[in-house]
Design a protein around this ligand. Structure first.
Ligand SMILES: *[C@@H]1O[C@H](CO)[C@@H](O)[C@H](O)[C@H]1NC(C)=O
Ligand SMILES: *[C@@H]1O[C@H](CO)[C@@H](O)[C@H](O)[C@H]1NC(C)=O
Ligand SMILES: *[C@@H]1O[C@H](CO)[C@@H](O)[C@H](O)[C@H]1NC(C)=O
Ligand SMILES: [Cu+2]
Length: 181
């Protein structure tokens, strides 16, 4: 049987691994537009400004605060987002407030369909993507990446991409060691 010190080390390592996993998977709740909520904004760039610098992850929640009957939240394609076209909405939530859980990678496009797209054309539209402090794709702006810059180095193996996978071997190694000493 392993000695008490070894067992203590095992417990500490296991708890540390669990803490790392729990911390990473913690979902963030974002109130869309903060105190403005989900509304026709005073500036058409209001929601792109709101998104700036935010780093969304899978499982995070977008809280759309609006009065039922004054706005809605429709998910649409990029084309319909750009055009504020309401005809082909993918989903359409008409009851506020509404918590949208970010459940897939890639860009997400939201518009209000009220006034036949008029709210959207006035700026009540939101696009987010996962894992970056979004630069909303602006058609017409040329790519700014200098051609001479070297490619970014690849992330180290077993890095933050999968904390559970990264910490499990350490846990097993420690348990094994504990039984040898
Ligand atoms: C969304 O639902 C509202 C209320 O039912 C409706 O008036 C509106 O036309 C719908 N929009 C779309 C794009 O389906
Ligand atoms: C949305 O999430 C927030 C924070 O978790 C919660 O306070 C609120 O009640 C939720 N609203 C709805 C409509 O589920
Ligand atoms: C966004 O979050 C991811 C995962 O937590 C992280 O890897 C990435 O560096 C963050 N990006 C920015 C711009 O903060
Ligand atoms: Cu609206």
């Amino acid at each position: 049987m392993a000695n008490p010190i070894s067992m203590t080390i095992v417990v500490v390592v296991v708890l540390t691994a669990l803490a790392a996993v729990v911390q990473v998977s913690e979902a963030v709740n974002y109130v869309v537009g903060d105190t403005t909520g989900w509304a026709v904004p005073s500036s058409s760039t209001f929601y792109t400004t709101w998104v700036n610098g935010k780093n969304f992850s899978l499982g995070d929640v977008l809280e759309f605060n609006f009065m039922t009957g004054q706005h809605d939240v429709a998910t649409v394609s990029k084309t319909d987002y750009d055009a504020c076209s309401i005809a082909n909405a993918i989903t359409n939530v008409t009851t506020g407030p509404y918590n949208y859980t970010i459940n897939s990678n890639g860009p997400h496009y939201f518009i209000c369909t009220f006034s036949n797209g008029g709210h959207c054309r006035s700026g009540q539209k939101l696009t987010i993507s996962i894992g970056s402090s979004t630069e909303a794709a602006s058609p017409g702006s040329p790519p700014t990446t200098p051609s001479s810059s070297p490619p970014p180095p690849p992330p180290p193996a077993g890095s933050s991409a999968s904390p559970l996978a990264a910490t499990l071997p350490l846990v097993f190694m420690t348990i094994a060691l504990a039984f040898f000493y």
